[in-house]
Design a protein. Structure first.
Length: 269
């Protein structure tokens, strides 16, 4: 039985005119159904490039991405469109990814165009309302606009939108980095709960070791586009093999550089 997500020998090079830059260099990863994997590294390590390729928003120079056993870049346009029901994305900036002219209900329903028999009318509103309640908001929030909500609430709306097609995989690209620590903890707890309730797998892109420690089963460490270390979160964080991983842990680039103790204090009940 194939794994939910298999990334094989993924390389992405960009032509800068006077030369090439390699954003990803022969990266291979896999994710089991129901797992949360953290992809961690400094700015420029290739994390967001990886996220965009997994979402088929960018094309690799070489290598492959399989979701549910299907190579995304071997699918026809129509088959890729149909496959997109199974993988959705949560972006770093919830406000920037939400059209301010549309109601919350319309925003959450946007991915439903990927479904052949998408619900309409009352059934559509019921589905949106159920998801709003699942992410800690009220069903009648669907008639409001994004600017009426806080940053943490807007990220909850973005999460509801990602779940509307009942995907198997969610890619979260720095989904908590713009939030303060208290709201970060709330969103991480929400994602953990939704994993249990909906059976989703999550590829969690982050620069923050504290986030990885909090939520992830597995961790992959990227340095300048290369995968330098991978394994269970406990194994990698308790006994890192690579000097780069140790530097990341020592730097602990959490919001406002508060350090591990303050992070743990902030997330304590």
């Amino acid at each position: 039985m194939p794994k939910l997500l298999e990334i094989k020998n993924l390389t992405r090079q960009f032509d800068l005119g006077d030369g090439e830059i390699t954003a990803l260099n022969n990266v291979s990863l896999s994710l089991e159904a129901g797992q949360i994997m953290g992809v961690v590294g400094e700015s420029g390590s290739g994390k967001s490039t990886l996220a965009r390729i997994v979402m088929a928003l960018d094309t690799p120079t070489s290598g492959s991405v399989h979701i549910n056993g299907h190579d995304l870049f071997e699918l026809s346009p129509s088959a890729l469109r149909a496959a997109r029901r199974d993988f959705q994305m949560i972006f770093q900036d919830p406000y920037g990814s939400l059209n301010p002219r549309h109601t919350v209900g319309r925003l959450i329903a946007e991915p439903l165009h990927l479904e052949k028999n998408a619900p309409t009318g009352t059934a559509r509103r019921e589905r949106i309302g159920e998801l709003l309640k699942a992410v800690g908001l009220k069903a009648d929030d669907m008639d409001r606009f994004a600017h009426e909500f806080s940053g943490g609430q807007r990220q909850r709306i973005a999460i509801a939108r990602a779940l509307i097609t009942k995907p198997k995989l969610v890619v979260a690209d720095e989904a908590t980095s713009a939030l303060d620590l208290t709201v970060q903890k709330q969103i991480l707890d929400l994602i953990s709960g939704l994993r249990a309730d909906y059976g989703i797998s999550v590829l969690f892109i982050t620069h923050n070791i504290g986030v990885v420690e909090e939520i992830c089963d597995e961790v992959a460490v990227l340095e300048h586009g290369k995968l330098v270390e991978t394994g269970s979160t406990d194994m990698v964080l308790n006994a890192p093999k690579e000097a780069y991983t140790r530097r990341l842990m020592n730097a602990e680039p959490t919001l406002e550089h508060i350090g591990r103790k303050a992070w743990r204090d902030a997330r304590a009940p």
